[in-house]
Design a protein around this ligand. Sequence first.
Ligand SMILES: Cc1ncc(COP(=O)(O)O)c(C=O)c1O
Length: 464
Amino acid sequence: MRIKRLNLKKSDQIFRKAIKVIPYGSQTYSKGVKAFSDGASPKFLAKGKGCEVWDVDGNKYIDYVMGNQPLILGYADQDVNRAVTKQLNLGSTFSVSNKLELDVSELMIKHIPGAEAVRFGKNGADANSIAVRMSRAITKRDHIAFCGYHGWHDWFIGTTDLNAGIPKFNEQLAHSFSYNDIASLNKIFKRYKDKIACVIMEPITVAGPKSSPNGSTKWKDFNSKKNFLTEVKDLCKKNGALLVFDEVVTGFRYDMGGAQKMYEITPDLSCFAKAMSNGIPVSAITGKKKYMKYLESTFFSFTYGGDCVGLAAAKACINKLEKKNVIDHLYKVGRKLKNGMNNIIEMHGLSELLECSGYPCRTVMTIKNYKKYSKPLIVKTLIQQELMKRGVLWSQYHSMSYSHKNSHIETSLNAFEDSFKILKKIVMNNKNIENYLHGKPCETVFTRVADFQSVATSQKLKIR
Ligand SMILES: Cc1ncc(COP(=O)(O)O)c(C=O)c1O
C-alpha cells in the first residue's frame, strides 16, 4: 500500500509568516529545517501528551526526539504539571530565595555522587559555562580541553564553523579531544603543559568508555574498573586540571546519579539539565564543596536563577523518576526498540548501511558509508520522510521516556520496517535517494573547525 504524503499545509503557512520575523524560523537549530526535512516534516507542533504529539495540521506522531531529550516522563506529565500549577498559584519568581532551592539541592546531593553542593541555571549551557569559569578561577589557567557538545556559548561554538561574531581567542583556548582516544587528550596536556584549567566532557557519547560492554546491556553488567574515563581522571590529576562531567544528557537518564554513578568515577564538577525537570527549564552545577565555594566570588547570577517553576518541576520529576523506577523502564522499552530495529536492519540486508547503537535509554541510528551512499544526511532524510508519513517523529536518535510503552514500540517498529524496505529497494536498484525525497535534505547544524588551527594561532599569541 502506498502511504500518502503528509498534509503540512498549516505548518508551511505559519512558517512562511514566521520566517519573516523569526530568523531561521525556529529558536533551536535542531528543531528547525536543518534537522527536519523542509517539505516532508511538520514545522510546528500544537500539543503533546505522553510520547505522542500533534502538529498544527492535526497529524499525530509517536515522538522519539522528545523536545531534544528532556521529556523523560512524557509531555504534559500530570505529576509535574500538578506541581508546576501549584507553584504558579503561589508565585514563580521571588524577591529573595525560596525553600525549593534547598529541596532540589538536597535531592541532587542524594542521587549524584559528586554533588556536595548545588547552584541552578536555566540551560545546560549555563551550567557548563560556569563550570569552565570556575575551573579557570580555581586553577588560574585559561585553556580547556573538551569532548562532545556543550552549548551555545563562545568557548564552544567558537571552535565550530558557526563561529561568526565570536572573538578568535575563544577557539585558541579550547581544544577538542576524541572520545575513547586518551592519546588525543594526552597530546593537549603535553602541548599546553600547566595551562589546562579543566577537561569538560560528555561522559558517554553514543558508546560508553572503552572496556565497557558495547552498550547493549545495562550498566550493572559493567565491572571493569579501568576504562577511558578513569584514564581521563588520572590525566587531570597528574596535570592539575579539574575534571568536569557534562551530564546534561546522561544525568537522570542513564542512571539517577548520571554516568558518574554508573562508572563510579567522581568528577570535580558536573552539570545537569534536560531530564532533571521533564522539559520545564532548569539546570544545575554540582560538585565538591571545596570547588563549589568559589561560586561565592565567581559570578553566576541572573534574574531567573532560582525560578520556582523549574525547581517545582525538578522536585516532582526527580521524585517520580525514583518512585516509579523510570530508568529501568527506559532501558526495557529502549532495548525492545533497539533489538527490534537491528533485527529488521539485518533481515533486510541493510547492516552495512545502518545500525541502531548506544545505551537503550538513548540510542542513535548510525548511518555508515555504503557503496555510493556516502551522504548520511540524505539517508537520514529519506528515513525521516517515510517515518513521518507513518506517524513517527524522528531525527536519528531515540530518546526514550516513561510514556513509551510496548505498543508504541511495536507500532514504531512496523513503521521502521516499511521505511527500511523503501530504502532497500532504492539501494538494491542502485538508484539515487535524492530522487525519492519529497522535501529538502537535512543538514548538519555545524562542523567542528580542526583543532590544529587553534594550535597554530595560539602560538603567536600570549595566552596564559
Ligand atoms: C551534552 C550536552 N551538553 C550541553 C547542552 C546544552 O544544553 P542547552 O541546550 O540546554 O543549553 C546540550 C544540548 O543539547 C547537550 O546535549
